[in-house]
Design a binder for this molecule. Structure first.
Ligand code: TYM
Length: 330
């Protein structure tokens, strides 16, 4: 069986983009493949530097995985930090990763661009965690022999880097020590746009949190940016932030009906936003309920993560053992 693996960084409640781009496809793939999903807590440490906040965020991501339908009896779920072999493998692959590769990483380059725009030195606001982010991520992936990594478009480069690093290791030891991972991308959900039409992202503050209370969800729907066409004008559904999200949750029938209403004219944006809220809320409500239950009594999450950590470490320590021998430290 192929191995599918992905991680979510605990930086606050995951948003619709995280759900549609990674969580939903990951859970679908879990029906067919050996699935290993985790909470990338040490990746968050680059930005989340308050201990209680990070603790809360970890619970939130765990609860999101479970409320979204992850069955811990069939899918391995664990915290990255609970698998110390990850950090040993990070050290190992450091020796096979050129600095130039890190210089080309999008996330790092984006921060350099921001610095230049603001007239700051290139290294401003860049810690080594950000700079070496793709190496830790490669270790996450390679440690568990992942074949497929379901992610949004923004993570594809990281997976290609993991593949490059794995090839460098395999080439050196003339052995298939590490599995070459491939990104798994769904065209229709690889970039979900946010309230303002740019890629949905917490850093743009344009995101819709997956399990916010119903009233807030309604507010978020109403905040989606639309053009300034008057009510009576016919509108183009294919060129609209509201309809783009609607499509991802509504049935074919519902999509057809709303598209016709757009084109007929006489529809105000408030109506379209209300329709979006309805399908979204209907889809999310049962999961939100489960999420709230899980967050009210965290003992189930604790149990699942403790068991997951144990199983993950078994796999990881066997893998690391083989790698230690291969490189000659034992
Ligand atoms: P993170 O936590 O930022 O995002 C989690 C997943 O959500 C996807 N995503 C999106 N997909 C579609 N549209 C969007 N607007 C959108 N925004 C985010 C991301 O592509 C990601 O798949 N580095 C990773 C976490 C990680 C990881 C790993 C992933 C750490 N180690 C190993 C896979 C394998 C990250 O920051 O994701």
């Amino acid at each position: 069986k192929k191995v599918v693996l992905t991680g979510i960084k605990p930086t606050g409640m995951p948003h619709l983009g995280n759900y549609l781009g990674a969580i939903k496809p990951a859970l679908k793939l879990a029906e067919k493949y050996e699935a290993r999903y985790f909470i990338a807590d040490y990746h968050s440490l680059n930005t989340v530097k308050d201990a209680d906040t990070l603790r809360d965020y970890i619970y939130e991501v765990a609860a999101v995985w479970l409320a979204s339908g992850l069955d811990p009896d069939r899918v391995l779920i664990y915290k990255q930090s609970a698998v110390p072999e990850t950090f040993e493998l990070t050290t190992l692959i450091n020796a096979f990763t050129s600095k130039g590769l890190m210089n080309r990483a999008h996330a790092y380059k984006a921060q350099v661009d921001v610095n230049r725009e603001k007239g700051k030195p290139d290294d401003h606001n860049i810690n080594m965690g950000l700079y070496t982010y793709p190496i830790l991520m490669a270790a996450d992936i390679l440690l568990f022999d992942a074949d497929l990594v379901p992610v949004g478009k923004d993570q594809v480069q990281h997976i290609e880097m993991a593949a490059d690093i794995a090839e460098a290791v395999n080439r050196n030891y003339k052995d298939q020590l590490l599995t070459i991972p491939q990104p798994y991308i769904d065209e229709s959900t690889m970039i979900i746009n946010g309230l303002d039409g740019r890629k949905m992202s917490k850093s743009y503050d344009n995101h819709i949190p997956l399990f916010c209370p119903e009233k807030k969800l309604k507010k978020f729907c109403n905040k989606i940016v639309t053009n300034s066409q008057a009510v009576e004008e016919p509108k183009d559904p294919e060129n609209c932030n509201v309809f783009a999200l609607y499509k991802l949750f509504a049935s074919e029938e519902q999509q057809k009906t709303l598209a016709e209403t757009y084109r007929a004219g006489g529809m105000g944006w408030g109506y379209a936003k209300g329709e979006l809220f309805n399908v979204l809320n209907e889809f999310i409500s049962p999961m939100r309920e489960r999420y709230n239950e899980l967050m009210n009594d965290k003992s189930y999450i604790d149990k699942v993560l403790t068991e997951g950590a144990e199983k993950a470490r078994e796999l990881a320590s066997a893998k690391m053992d083989r790698l230690r021998k291969a490189v000659g430290v034992i």
